[in-house]
Design a protein around this ligand. Structure first.
Ligand code: GDP
Length: 289
C-alpha cells in the first residue's frame, strides 16, 4: 500500500503537476473506489478537472454493492460526466473505456477528420487518490506490466504515451491527489476499505466503525460472516464487539477483533458492500458542474 504523507506544500505541488499534465490530454479518467465513490475523490477534483471531458471510473466494482453502484453511475451521468463500473484487477469491462472516450470526443474527432487528419488519436490520463487502482487500470488497459514509477506525488519522470489501440493513448504517469482525510467519517471509510494506510488511524476506532456500519447497512451479511444469532445481533455495538472478541478467541483483546473486522472488510469476507449513496451528499452538493 502506498504510504504517502501529505503536507500543504506537497499537495500544492501535486495539484500543479496534475494541472500541467491535464493540458496535454483530451479526456480525464477519474478513478474512484466503487465502495466509497465520493469519499475516495480528491476534494478539489472538480475544480482541477474544470471543463475537461471526464469519465468517472468506479473501480473495484467486484467488491461493491451492485445496486448502489448503479445509483452512483446514474448520479455521475446526471452531473454531466460519463461513468463506468469496472474491475481492473480481473480486467472486467475495461475494454469499454476506449469506446466511451471516443464517444465523448466524437465532435473533436469529426472536426479533425474534416481537416484531413485520418486517424485522430485521443489522449487520456488516469487521476485519483492513492490505492483506488490507477496503476492496475493503466496496466490492464495497455496489456503490459509497466512499473508505474513516479507513483508518488512530486516524483517526476519522463512521461510517455502508451497505446491502448490505434486511436487511444494514455499517459503512463497517473495523477495522484490527496483524499478528503480531514473529514473524520470519510477518513474512517477510507481506512476500512484500505485507501488510507494503517499507520494513520486507530484500529479500534475503525474496527468499531466497521462493526456499526455493517450492522446498519448489511446486517445479514455481517451476521452470517461471524456466525451470529438473533440474540447476538440485539446486543449494543460495544457488547457485540466484546462477544465477537471472545467468540473468536481474542478474549479481552478487542483491538485484535477490530483488526480482524478491518481485514475481513478489506478482503471482501463480509460480502460486497458500498458505504455511501449519492443522497448522503445532497446537502453539500457542490459537485454539479
Ligand atoms: P493506485 O495506488 O491507485 O495505483 O492503486 P493500485 O493499482 O496499486 O491498486 C491498489 C490495490 O487495489 C492493489 O492491491 C490492487 O491489486 C487492488 N485493485 C486494483 N483494482 C482492483 C479491482 O478492480 N478489484 C479489486 N478487488 N482489487 C483491485
Amino acid at each position: 500500500m502506498a504510504q504517502i504523507q501529505w503536507f500543504p506544500g506537497h499537495m500544492a505541488k501535486a495539484r500543479k503537476e496534475v494541472q500541467a499534465r491535464l493540458k496535454q490530454v483530451d479526456v480525464v479518467l477519474e478513478i474512484v473506489d466503487a465502495r466509497v465513490p465520493e469519499s475516495s475523490r480528491n476534494p478539489m477534483m472538480n475544480q482541477i478537472v474544470g471543463q475537461k471531458p471526464r469519465i468517472m471510473v468506479l473501480n473495484k466494482q467486484d467488491l461493491a454493492d451492485p445496486a448502489k453502484t448503479k445509483l452512483w453511475l446514474d448520479h455521475f451521468r446526471a452531473g454531466g460526466d460519463e461513468a463506468i463500473a469496472i474491475d481492473a484487477q480481473h480486467a472486467k469491462r475495461l475494454n469499454q473505456l476506449p469506446a466511451l472516450a471516443k464517444q465523448l470526443m466524437a465532435a473533436k474527432i469529426a472536426k479533425q477528420k474534416a481537416r484531413g487528419i485520418r486517424n485522430p488519436a485521443i489522449r487520456a490520463i488516469c487521476i485519483g487518490i492513492p490505492n483506488v487502482g490507477k496503476s492496475t487500470v493503466l496496466n490492464r488497459l495497455v496489456h503490459k506490466n509497466i512499473a508505474v514509477t513516479g507513483n508518488r506525488p512530486g516524483v517526476t519522470k519522463n512521461q510517455q504515451w502508451l497505446a491502448v489501440d490505434d486511436t487511444f493513448q494514455v499517459l503512463d504517469t497517473p495523477g495522484i491527489l490527496w483524499p478528503k482525510f480531514e473529514d473524520e467519517l470519510i477518513g474512517q471509510k477510507l481506512a476500512l476499505t484500505g485507501a488510507i494506510a494503517d499507520a494513520v488511524f486507530q484500529e479500534d476506532t475503525v474496527g468499531m466503525f466497521g462493526l456499526a456500519t455493517f450492522r446498519r447497512l448489511y446486517p445479514e451479511q455481517f451476521r452470517v460472516a461471524y456466525g451470529l444469532n438473533a440474540t447476538d445481533m440485539a446486543l449494543s455495538d460495544s457488547d457485540l464487539m466484546v462477544h465477537l472478541s471472545q467468540k473468536n478467541g481474542f478474549g479481552a483483546d478487542y483491538n485484535r477483533m477490530a483488526e480482524r473486522i478491518i481485514f475481513d472488510a478489506r478482503q471482501g469476507k463480509l460480502g460486497r458492500y458500498t458505504l455511501e449513496v449519492p443522497a448522503d451528499f445532497e446537502a453539500d452538493d457542490d459537485d454539479a458542474r
